[in-house]
Write a protein that binds this ligand. Structure first.
Ligand code: GYE
Length: 333
């Protein structure tokens, strides 16, 4: 198809210009002409643009690895990878560039929930299906083919239920929020707050640490200055990395994380699980980052014109110290 060959040539040019931060799976982009968006069967190469959030956390590294592994040349894909460094405008620009390059499908891990309507409409107008992974958007479901991810509200709820069971005396809690406007930050707050309603746990402060270890550390330093280590009983961090940053801040303030100040986090990446085993974190709700295989399967199904579920939710577990000790040796991320 002429249009496809032209877009392939444009793609080669763009790739040559934007080598930094990008990777592709194919050796010869001209070799696997797929005859349009219906491609995906018959062993032809499928070109996929993947707009990742950035590289903010251990969870994100595991997710990126899982996606790159699944969208490999061996599996019939040519992957154009972009990480937007947590900048929503840069992520939308990356998606626009995928549309201009005429990729077969676009996969997005949306940094924030809002602001997607226009670019999703543009993808639809260009007849390029969009598959969401990990986070959700507020845009109409008609603007994307399908989503695979986690139930963030349930994760927050499980964390809150554990807190409600274990803190039956008046408890001063601070919260380290994920990226403002992101689905996991919104939903993990909502699920947790509902679960602790009516308990003696009082949220005395809440601020974003942007899902990063440094962010968690500096926000926690601020809380410790403001309230003193004695004025804080519990930290709820929306991910492990911020909890790990909080541990550093608590230790630097001369207090004992996991004892003087208890910590609950979400993700269950290896470093978080190790801190739980070491007694520095008290409870972790899992969030599975290994979504690549399912995402790749969905891309192939959508391009083959098959009916797919609008939402695929991957199940999570939760760990206390004993469960973490048992799980850690076989942990994949
Ligand atoms: O929990 C956090 C990451 O969107 C579920 O993003 C993901 C979250 C994850 O940065 O560590």
């Amino acid at each position: 198809m002429r249009k496809r060959i032209l877009s392939r040539l444009a793609l080669v040019g763009v790739l040559a210009l934007t080598a930094a931060g990008c990777s592709t799976g194919g050796d010869d982009p001209e070799a696997g002409g797929d005859g349009g968006n219906g491609g995906g069967g018959g062993g032809e190469t499928i070109t996929v643009g993947f707009a990742q959030t950035g590289s903010e956390s251990g969870w994100r590294s595991a997710n990126t690895e899982s996606m790159k592994e699944a969208f490999s040349a061996d599996n019939g894909f040519e992957l154009i990878f972009n990480a937007a460094d947590n900048d929503p405008a840069a992520q939308i620009a990356a998606v626009r560039s995928f549309i201009n390059q005429g990729v077969d499908a676009i996969v997005i891990a949306p940094i924030v929930e809002d602001g997607w309507d226009d670019v999703l409409q543009e993808a639809q107008d260009a007849d390029i299906p969009v598959i969401l992974e990990d986070r959700t958007v507020t845009a109409s479901e008609d603007l994307y083919a399908t989503w695979v991810g986690l139930d963030f509200k349930l994760e927050g709820q499980k964390a809150g239920e554990w807190a409600a069971e274990n803190f039956t005396e008046p408890t001063k809690m601070v919260v380290l929020e994920g990226t403002t406007g992101s689905a996991p930050a919104n939903d993990r707050a909502e699920g947790f707050d509902a679960a602790i309603e009516g308990t003696p746990i009082e949220k005395i402060d809440s601020q974003t640490g942007d899902f990063t270890r440094d962010g968690g550390k500096s926000v926690m330093e601020g809380f410790l200055q403001k309230y003193g280590a004695d004025g804080i009983d519990l930290v709820y961090a929306h991910n492990d990395d911020m909890g790990l940053g909080a541990i550093e801040a608590i230790e630097a303030a001369g207090a004992v994380p996991g004892e003087d100040i208890k910590i609950i986090t979400i993700d269950a990446v290896r470093d978080g699980m190790q801190a739980l085993v070491d007694g520095k974190i008290n409870y972790i709700v899992e969030c599975n980052p290994l979504l690549g295989e399912k995402a790749a399967e969905l891309v192939k199904a959508v391009l083959a014109g098959e009916e797919v579920e609008k939402r695929t939710i991957v199940e999570d577990q939760a760990f206390d110290q004993a469960a973490a000790e048992e799980a850690l040796p076989d942990r994949k991320y």
